[in-house]
Design a protein around this ligand. Sequence first.
Ligand code: AMP
Length: 280
Amino acid sequence: MILFKKCDQLKEHLKQLKVKGQIVGFVPTMGALHQGHLSLLNASVSAGYTTVCSIFINPTQFNDSADFHKYPITLTDDIGLLNESETSILFLPDVNEIYPNGFEHPRYDLAELDKTLEGKYRPGHFQGVCQVMHRLLEIVQPHHLYMGQKDYQQCMVVDRLIKILHLETVLHVCPTLREPDGLAMSSRNIRLTPEERKKATAIFTALTYLKENIQQCDLSDFIKTAASILAQNQLKADYVEIADAHTLHHITYRNGNQKLIALIAAYINEVRLIDNMALN
Ligand code: AMP
C-alpha cells in the first residue's frame, strides 16, 4: 500500500495508473476502521480495481464540536487493517490539503434531503459532507465509489451530489455490517462503556420489530412501540421514522407498492448512533 498525504502527488500517481487503463475504486472514511469499512474496500478490491481509501475527519460535517473532538483516532490499527485488505493507496491528507482556501463552500441544492431526519437534527451536516466529498471526488476522480447503507441518507445526498456535478463516478451502496447481536458496526461504538454497548442493541431490536410488524395499519402507534423499546433501554431518540425509501418522505399510511425504510437516530448518554433497515 502506498501512503499519500499531498493531493497533487496522489492526483499525479492516479493519472499515471488511469493512463495505463487501471480502474479506480474509492472508499472515503473518517478512520477508526472496522469490518464495515473493510467490506467496502473488499468490494472494490475483489472487482479488481485499484482501491483508494481516504482517512480524513472532516471538521465541516460536525455540527457538534464535542463530537468532532471526541471522534476516535486509531491510525496504527487502521494501517494494519488496510495492509491486510489489499488496499492499494491510503490518502491521509491534513485539513490544509483539503481546504487550502478555508471552509467557505458553495451551497449545494439538496432539495428536501438536508431538511429531514439527519438534516433536521444535524444542521449543516450534509452541506459539510458535500463539501468534503466534492473535494475528494475532484482529487481522486474514481470510476467507482463505495459507501455503506448504514448511512442511508448520506448515500442519497452523495448520489445527488454526483448528479449535480455531472460526474461519471458510479456509486455502490453496500450492505450494513453488524456485530453478532445486531448492532451496526460504527467507529463511534468504541466510545460506549460495556453497559452502554449492551443497551445499544435496542436500536437493532426496534428496527427488527418494525420490519416484522410492518403489516400493522396504524403506523403511528407502531412507531411509538418501537420508540418505547429504545426508551426502556435508556436510549434517547432523535427520531424513529418510517419513510419512503426513494424520497425519505414520512409515511403515514401504507400503500402496498411503496418501498419503505425504517430509520433511527438515538443517543446513549453522549454517543449518538444511527441505523436503518429496509422494511419490504
Ligand atoms: P465513516 O468512517 O463513518 O465516515 O464511514 C465511511 C464509510 O463506511 C461510509 O460510507 C459508511 O456508510 C460506511 N460504513 C460505516 N459503518 C458501516 C457498516 N457497519 N457497514 C457497512 N458500511 C459502513
